[in-house]
Design a protein around this ligand. Sequence first.
Ligand code: PRT
Ligand code: ZN
Length: 286
Amino acid sequence: MKKTLRIAVQKSGRLSEQSLKLMNECGIRFNNGKSRLKAVSYNFPAEFLFLRDDDIPGYVEDGVADLGLVGENEMAEKAKDIELIKKLGFSKCRLSLAIPRDKEYHGPAYFQDTNIATSYPRILNQYLENQNISAQIHEISGSVEIAPSIGLADAVCDIVSSGSTLLSNGLKEVETIFKSETVLIGNHTALVEKKDLIDQLVFRINSVLTGKGNKYILLNAPDEATQAIVDLLPGMRSPTIVPLAMSGWNSIHSVVEEDQFWEVIEKLKEAGAEGILVVPIEKMIL
Ligand code: PRT
Ligand code: ZN
């Protein structure tokens, strides 16, 4: 029988759109049926299961799905026997402790004998144990941020991204206890039995993510500035130099990491580069 990869993605929520976009960028196409419980790709042996994010680690452990795209926070909280294959770099957030804004804070000892509301009791408990702090954990499944104002808890431990939810509920973030982004998780058996397909998918994901982390750069330089500019540009192996129609000038092409980009551009300008073009890279295979 022909093998098919079953990939669990969030049905609707913060991860859905970007999870599907990544699959699309990997060249995996499928018709998104109306029911949206399942979709089968017509150009890659994969089917997608649309699930609640909370259920994804469990379904991957059980083998209902071979792979899943889920927040690292959910993966850690559910503590299932699954493998983290790759961090995917989107939906970044953090799990933080927050207290009423008017309270003074001098360190984690603040939480001794307090009552903390959270949807992440396991991660919080781990943190408190590591800090040797004994506190009451009050598990609630949603709207954690309102717990202190209604007298349900002294503090909260919740997901933060911009921080505006905490702010508008009169809270301040005092400790980050876990950093999260979307991750690709896998079932142990599938990683062996469907290794070839999983390797193909991971290869595609790597080429998309590496492409996103780099820019293709083209610029013009006079002969006398060319060597200095080449020295500033590492490139994949080394930069390409093509003569311009106007004698004494070259076009130089290279690849620059997104993180170093602005710094390199400044130096290139100082070295005499002109007409700098920066182009996004769709895929990059090293
Ligand atoms: O229905 P289902 O169970 O599938 O979805 P869900 O409602 O449980 O999850 P969803 O879609 O809200 O979040 C899915 C995942 O997105 C989380 O598990 C995190 O990994 C990630 N993520 C990234 C976030 C946020 N950013 C985020 N800001 N998850 C939640 N929030 C919430 C947070 O709980 C708080 O209420 O947003 C608020 C804080 O945001 P700021 O910007 O005000 O700080
Ligand atoms: Zn959920």
